[in-house]
Design a protein around this ligand. Structure first.
Ligand SMILES: [Zn+2]
Length: 185
Protein backbone atom coordinates (compact mmCIF):
# COMPACT_ATOMS: atom_id res chain seq x y z
CA UNK A 1 0.00 0.00 0.00
CA UNK A 2 1.23 3.43 -1.00
CA UNK A 3 0.72 5.04 2.41
CA UNK A 4 2.78 2.36 4.15
CA UNK A 5 5.59 2.77 1.65
CA UNK A 6 5.54 6.51 2.33
CA UNK A 7 5.75 6.06 6.10
CA UNK A 8 8.59 3.58 5.67
CA UNK A 9 10.71 6.17 3.89
CA UNK A 10 12.15 6.73 7.35
CA UNK A 11 14.97 4.22 7.53
CA UNK A 12 16.53 3.41 10.84
CA UNK A 13 19.70 1.50 11.48
CA UNK A 14 17.65 -1.51 12.54
CA UNK A 15 20.74 -3.72 12.97
CA UNK A 16 22.54 -1.12 15.04
CA UNK A 17 21.53 1.81 17.20
CA UNK A 18 18.41 2.86 15.33
CA UNK A 19 20.00 5.97 13.83
CA UNK A 20 17.48 7.62 11.50
CA UNK A 21 18.10 8.25 7.81
CA UNK A 22 15.26 10.12 6.18
CA UNK A 23 15.24 8.83 2.61
CA UNK A 24 12.53 11.32 1.65
CA UNK A 25 15.11 14.06 2.13
CA UNK A 26 17.36 12.53 -0.57
CA UNK A 27 16.61 13.90 -4.04
CA UNK A 28 17.84 10.84 -5.90
CA UNK A 29 15.95 8.41 -3.68
CA UNK A 30 12.74 10.43 -4.08
CA UNK A 31 12.85 10.07 -7.86
CA UNK A 32 13.50 6.34 -7.62
CA UNK A 33 10.74 5.98 -5.06
CA UNK A 34 8.24 7.78 -7.31
CA UNK A 35 9.24 5.57 -10.26
CA UNK A 36 8.89 2.46 -8.10
CA UNK A 37 5.33 3.54 -7.30
CA UNK A 38 4.50 3.97 -10.99
CA UNK A 39 5.28 7.69 -11.25
CA UNK A 40 8.23 7.34 -13.60
CA UNK A 41 10.16 10.10 -15.32
CA UNK A 42 9.22 12.89 -12.92
CA UNK A 43 11.18 16.11 -12.73
CA UNK A 44 12.76 17.15 -9.45
CA UNK A 45 9.99 18.40 -7.18
CA UNK A 46 9.81 22.09 -6.32
CA UNK A 47 10.54 23.19 -2.77
CA UNK A 48 6.82 23.53 -2.11
CA UNK A 49 6.21 20.01 -3.43
CA UNK A 50 8.93 18.58 -1.20
CA UNK A 51 7.44 20.39 1.75
CA UNK A 52 4.03 18.92 0.89
CA UNK A 53 5.47 15.41 0.69
CA UNK A 54 6.78 15.80 4.23
CA UNK A 55 3.51 17.30 5.41
CA UNK A 56 1.49 14.44 3.94
CA UNK A 57 3.82 11.88 5.48
CA UNK A 58 3.68 13.49 8.93
CA UNK A 59 -0.09 13.77 8.63
CA UNK A 60 -0.62 10.15 7.64
CA UNK A 61 1.81 9.06 10.35
CA UNK A 62 -0.28 10.77 13.02
CA UNK A 63 -3.53 9.52 11.45
CA UNK A 64 -2.31 5.93 11.35
CA UNK A 65 -1.46 6.09 15.08
CA UNK A 66 -4.85 7.60 15.88
CA UNK A 67 -6.66 5.07 13.71
CA UNK A 68 -4.79 2.21 15.35
CA UNK A 69 -5.52 3.49 18.86
CA UNK A 70 -9.07 4.83 18.53
CA UNK A 71 -10.34 3.15 15.38
CA UNK A 72 -11.58 6.49 14.02
CA UNK A 73 -10.24 9.63 12.36
CA UNK A 74 -10.84 13.15 13.61
CA UNK A 75 -12.79 15.70 11.55
CA UNK A 76 -9.53 17.59 11.01
CA UNK A 77 -7.84 14.49 9.65
CA UNK A 78 -10.72 13.86 7.27
CA UNK A 79 -10.53 17.44 6.02
CA UNK A 80 -6.79 17.10 5.45
CA UNK A 81 -7.22 13.89 3.48
CA UNK A 82 -9.95 15.43 1.33
CA UNK A 83 -7.76 18.42 0.67
CA UNK A 84 -4.79 16.24 -0.36
CA UNK A 85 -6.93 13.96 -2.51
CA UNK A 86 -8.31 16.95 -4.39
CA UNK A 87 -4.90 17.33 -6.08
CA UNK A 88 -5.34 14.10 -8.01
CA UNK A 89 -7.65 12.96 -10.75
CA UNK A 90 -8.45 9.31 -11.04
CA UNK A 91 -9.78 7.40 -13.99
CA UNK A 92 -11.63 4.15 -13.54
CA UNK A 93 -11.35 1.34 -15.97
CA UNK A 94 -13.14 -1.95 -16.21
CA UNK A 95 -11.23 -4.85 -17.72
CA UNK A 96 -11.86 -8.53 -18.17
CA UNK A 97 -9.28 -11.11 -17.17
CA UNK A 98 -10.43 -14.56 -18.18
CA UNK A 99 -13.85 -14.74 -16.51
CA UNK A 100 -13.31 -12.05 -13.93
CA UNK A 101 -14.11 -8.38 -14.13
CA UNK A 102 -11.56 -6.08 -12.61
CA UNK A 103 -12.14 -2.43 -11.79
CA UNK A 104 -8.94 -0.48 -11.59
CA UNK A 105 -8.22 3.14 -10.84
CA UNK A 106 -5.44 5.05 -12.50
CA UNK A 107 -4.11 8.47 -11.73
CA UNK A 108 -4.62 10.65 -14.81
CA UNK A 109 -1.74 13.13 -14.59
CA UNK A 110 1.33 11.74 -12.91
CA UNK A 111 3.15 14.48 -11.06
CA UNK A 112 4.24 15.15 -7.48
CA UNK A 113 0.85 16.60 -6.53
CA UNK A 114 -1.05 13.61 -7.83
CA UNK A 115 1.41 11.30 -6.08
CA UNK A 116 0.60 13.05 -2.80
CA UNK A 117 -3.07 12.67 -3.64
CA UNK A 118 -2.52 8.96 -4.24
CA UNK A 119 -0.86 8.58 -0.81
CA UNK A 120 -3.89 10.23 0.80
CA UNK A 121 -6.26 8.16 -1.35
CA UNK A 122 -4.60 4.92 -0.36
CA UNK A 123 -4.82 5.82 3.33
CA UNK A 124 -8.45 6.99 3.02
CA UNK A 125 -9.27 3.71 1.34
CA UNK A 126 -7.60 1.75 4.12
CA UNK A 127 -9.43 3.82 6.75
CA UNK A 128 -12.77 2.93 5.17
CA UNK A 129 -12.18 -0.66 4.10
CA UNK A 130 -9.25 -1.93 6.15
CA UNK A 131 -8.95 -3.15 9.71
CA UNK A 132 -7.16 -0.55 11.89
CA UNK A 133 -6.25 -3.24 14.41
CA UNK A 134 -3.93 -4.69 11.77
CA UNK A 135 -1.68 -1.63 11.74
CA UNK A 136 1.53 -2.63 13.49
CA UNK A 137 4.90 -1.07 14.20
CA UNK A 138 7.88 -3.37 14.09
CA UNK A 139 8.78 -4.65 17.56
CA UNK A 140 12.44 -3.98 16.92
CA UNK A 141 12.74 -0.59 18.70
CA UNK A 142 15.51 0.37 16.27
CA UNK A 143 13.31 -0.29 13.24
CA UNK A 144 9.72 0.80 13.89
CA UNK A 145 8.63 0.21 10.29
CA UNK A 146 4.90 0.07 9.71
CA UNK A 147 3.21 -3.03 8.35
CA UNK A 148 -0.21 -4.63 8.19
CA UNK A 149 -0.53 -7.78 10.22
CA UNK A 150 -2.46 -10.16 7.98
CA UNK A 151 -2.13 -13.17 10.30
CA UNK A 152 -5.41 -14.56 11.63
CA UNK A 153 -4.68 -13.92 15.30
CA UNK A 154 -2.66 -10.79 14.71
CA UNK A 155 0.50 -12.31 16.10
CA UNK A 156 3.04 -10.84 13.69
CA UNK A 157 5.55 -8.71 15.57
CA UNK A 158 8.22 -7.78 13.08
CA UNK A 159 8.25 -6.05 9.70
CA UNK A 160 10.24 -9.05 8.50
CA UNK A 161 10.66 -12.20 10.58
CA UNK A 162 13.86 -13.14 8.79
CA UNK A 163 15.49 -9.77 9.41
CA UNK A 164 14.17 -7.96 12.48
CA UNK A 165 12.66 -11.14 13.93
CA UNK A 166 15.94 -13.06 13.83
CA UNK A 167 17.93 -10.10 15.04
CA UNK A 168 15.70 -9.70 18.10
CA UNK A 169 16.00 -13.42 18.81
CA UNK A 170 19.78 -13.07 18.83
CA UNK A 171 19.56 -9.97 21.04
CA UNK A 172 17.33 -11.73 23.56
CA UNK A 173 19.68 -14.71 23.61
CA UNK A 174 22.71 -12.49 24.22
CA UNK A 175 20.94 -10.47 26.92
CA UNK A 176 19.98 -13.68 28.69
CA UNK A 177 23.53 -15.06 28.60
CA UNK A 178 24.90 -11.80 29.94
CA UNK A 179 22.43 -11.71 32.79
CA UNK A 180 22.89 -15.22 34.05
CA UNK A 181 26.38 -14.96 35.67
CA UNK A 182 25.18 -11.93 37.69
CA UNK A 183 22.15 -13.79 38.91
CA UNK A 184 24.40 -16.39 40.48
CA UNK A 185 26.15 -13.83 42.68
ZN1 LIG B 1 11.61 -4.18 11.49
Amino acid sequence: MLWIELLNSEWRDWKGDGHLTDKLAEAEWRLKFAAHLGWGALQEPSEAQVERLFRVRAGIQAMARALQQDGVLSTDAIECLNDWMAAGEFRRQLTKQEDRLILTEETVHKNWDSLNAAFADSFARFATEGDPARIKYCDNPNCLWVFLDETRNRTKRYCDDKLCGNLMKVRRFRAKNKREPHEQN
